[in-house]
Design a protein around this ligand. Sequence first.
Ligand code: HAM
Length: 418
Amino acid sequence: MTKGVRGTRDFYPEDMRVRNWLFERFHSAALSHGFEEYDAPVLETEELYTRKSGEEITQQLYNFEDKGGRKVALRPEMTPTLARMVMARSGALALPIKWYSIPQCWRYERTQRGRGREHYQWNVDIWGAEGVEADAELISVLVQFFRSVGLSSDDLVIRVSSRKVLEEVLGSLGISGEGFSQTCIVIDKMDKLPEDVIEAQLAELGLDSEAISTIQSVLSITDLSDMGTALGQSSEAVSELMAIFSLAESYGISDWIELDASVVRGLAYYTGPVFEAHDRAGELRAVCGGGRYDRLISTLGGKDLPATGFGFGDMVVMELLQAKGLVPEMPNGVQDIVFGMGPELREAAMRVASSIRTGGRSADLILEDKRMKWVFRHADRAGAERLVMVMPEEWAKGMVKVKHLATGEESEVPFESL
Ligand code: HAM
């Protein structure tokens, strides 16, 4: 009864400081690229997620009936919610829209390093822009974030491919539409499941062993010219990827991205460029992932609109930042500690604290009788700038004693001038 639910986290104040620091970096990277923040409820109708696609995410749904008998679910991801919001305003939105959010998402997953049953997922999406310029802009947001927390392209790589690579290969083997997205989902599991299981699942989708080996050889491509040879110079996939790599050069972020045809993503709705960031050491799960999903709205019964975006969880990146020693020390951030010497000066200390707070600084008032030693330790732990001491002799003159904690310098100050 005193334990939280398995796979969920409590955030104590010291954890909350780190979380706020991380989120502040998410906000800054998105805002620096002109994105606007949105939000929505964590509870959605179950219907929004019941896609018959074999995706893991639909089997991991936290769903239940509410007291009115409605089938509802905790969102496992933000993208369907965003699509719903865009649909509801379709026609009224000035396109393209660039929106971001940091929702908590829920998935009944096997818990492991970097994966829990709830996580916060920074989502950055662009709707209404068809070209790869939008996809490149998203990669630029990602790099801006990584740099802002001190990570470099030696730590991380953003692997890029396009669903069109497989679409062209599978199209030549007679597989398209629903069969195509299902094949992508199986292929996404290649590095997680044994080969024979994958082969059996692909066979079920109508792929023979020759087709499977064709797919495997294409998936191993990590070079654009090899891809051109494999798919032909008229391939849309190849020209799209070439465009992304050339745009990345203009952004000055080429060292961050690599072609990797094995990136297909495990969600059915992707239609074009897809990407995932991974730690270079290859020790962790994907740091983030996204791609283009131009046909999601029609699966929800609306009129399609081009869209691209990514989701970025708070867990894997924190593992990486901690391992690299990149999480800064974060004191609680209060500016002043106010202490009245003895019960007689308690009210005077309250007046002093009030005047500091009215003046726009934060002040933590010591509420009980404490020894000087305790007060110093407390101020130190809080990382405060000043210790304001209300003492009998000084107070009689309308003065307080102020100690600047960084320098140790002490002075007497009229209390109104604090
Ligand atoms: P996703 O690959 O399922 O994509 O998740 C994106 C990211 O969310 C992952 O790379 C990881 O950082 C984080 N994540 C996912 N599940 C968990 C978990 N159980 N625990 C911790 N972190 C997790 C999507 O969700 C797409 N909707 C992203 C997107 C947005 N595509 C376009 N726009």
